[in-house]
Design a protein around this ligand. Structure first.
Ligand code: UD1
Length: 422
């Protein structure tokens, strides 16, 4: 298993070019199932999660051609296997997004119950409840969701009980080919839902309201091919901003999406970081003021994202003062805390959902273990600000979601190296 060796102490300085968004690319790849014509997707990030989705589409019977600069061309072959197997779905929860498209176009799907990051129980009840409301017959057999809609799905009204990004995406995709109109209330407003809707519309779907909590979809009989460009990754952007702040660095982030990370930008400014925003760039200087710890409360978009909580805990751990970090989206999403404590951070818990972070002047390098995708980067941040060496084990979690991590970090001055076990 690969490890990352980090020698701390270098401020991040220079320019980082942001990759395409993983969380936009995955549902859009799943959407390619909805059309027999070809979907060309540009600016796809080169990541293990994307490879898993490509493999899954191949298993189902789609042809995926990888062209220059990670432009993917996805088209359907004749024979389809309507089963998404356990070995692929277990490594990545987003694989579950093939359920809605397969069911909508082919009237049958068998999709393993998902796995993914170990961040608490992550049910799919809302996906299944919505598909049932659209007229599907759904049962769970030997760990697989088996869904049938032999005469097609039928538009309906769905009120989601919780705000779920994946649930909204799965149902929105399914409803594009349902007969009649579907309204999804309490829909997720995340940019990844809006992006998916934009791609589906380019394929001929009739969708209104994506980006608000009420989405209306007027079903069409078929979708066509299209070309679509994936937006920059807002989580990668915010992660590098927080990392630069923690190391008291100065970064220019290029090809990014300042509008999608306003909650994080506001928190960083509250911490004392100087930030200048352009249309598609962000300039950040963390060396102007002393940094103070700030309270964080994760919320659905446009609130502070759960995917940036772990990284901010690492920043607060080396900022002045005490902060409360409250996680409201996922249970058990504080596993990075135990590892940061190994580096000398002073963090305790109040109940299961709030971490109390007391800033310390320095961390000290130690061996630590990555536990999930975003948590892994908080350890990278910890390692970059710690004195001495930090060795991070199980970095396959990081490779799921951060493109060229060591190259990007090295290019802005970090002393980070991959120790490959191969
Ligand atoms: C997506 C993102 C992930 C991010 C999360 C929240 C992708 C590939 N992943 O994950 O990075 O952390 O949004 O912004 O885009 N829930 C239910 N029942 C369901 C579905 C979800 O109770 O049927 C709950 C979950 O347990 C969780 C909350 O809803 O507590 C939000 O989950 P959801 O928005 O579905 O997350 P994902 O789409 O899996």
């Amino acid at each position: 298993m690969d490890k990352l060796l980090i020698r701390g102490g270098n401020p991040l300085t220079g320019t980082v070019t942001i990759s395409g968004s993983k969380n936009s690319a995955l549902p859009i790849l799943a959407a390619s199932i909805l059309s027999e014509a070809s979907l060309r997707i540009a600016n796809v990030p080169h990541l293990n999660d994307v490879t898993t989705m490509i493999e899954l589409l191949g298993t189902i019977g789609l042809d995926v051609t990888v062209e220059e600069n990670m432009t993917l061309d996805v088209s359907t072959r004749d024979i389809l296997n309507l089963r998404a197997p356990y070995n692929l779905v277990k490594t990545m929860r987003a694989s579950f997004l093939v359920l809605g498209p397969l069911l909508a176009l082919h009237g049958h799907a068998e999709v393993s119950l998902p796995g993914g990051c170990a961040i608490g129980p992550r049910p799919v009840d809302q996906h299944l409840k919505g598909l049932s409301a659209l007229g599907a017959d759904i049962r769970v057999e030997e760990g697989y969701v088996v869904a049938d809609a032999k005469r097609g799905l039928i538009g309906t009204t769905i009120a989601m009980d919780v705000v779920t990004v994946g649930g909204t995406q799965n149902l929105m995709m399914a409803a594009t080919l349902a007969r009649g109109e579907t309204t999804i209330y309490n829909a997720a407003c995340e940019p990844e839902v809006t992006e998916l809707a934009a791609c589906l519309k380019a394929m001929g779907a009739q969708i209104e309201g994506a980006g608000t909590d009420t989405i209306r979809i007027d079903g069409v009989s078929s979708l066509q091919g299209a070309e679509f460009r994936i937006t920059p990754d807002r989580v990668e952007t915010a992660t590098y901003m927080i990392a630069a702040a923690a190391t008291r660095g100065q970064l220019l982030l290029k090809n990014t999406c300042p509008d999608q990370i306003k909650a994080v930008t506001a928190k960083l400014q509250e911490s004392g970081v100087s930030i200048t925003l352009g249309e598609d760039w962000i300039k950040l200087d963390a060396g102007v003021h002393d940094l103070t710890a700030v309270d964080i409360f994760t919320e659905p978009y446009p609130g502070f994202p759960t995917d940036m909580q772990a990284q901010y805990v690492a920043l607060n751990a080396v900022s002045e003062g005490t902060s409360r970090v409250t996680e409201t989206i996922f249970e058990n999403r504080f596993m990075h805390v135990h590892e940061l404590v190994r580096l000398g951070a002073d963090i305790s818990f109040e109940g299961n959902t709030t971490a109390i972070v007391k800033g310390v002047p320095r961390l000290k390098g130690a061996p630590v273990m990555a536990t999930d995708l975003r948590a892994s980067f908080s350890l990278v941040i910890g390692g970059m600000v710690a004195d001495g060496e930090t060795l991070i084990d199980r970095i396959y979690h990081i490779d799921r979601g951060y493109e060229c991590i060591e190259e990007k970090l090295q290019s802005v001055g970090a002393d980070v190296h991959r120790l490959s076990s191969r």
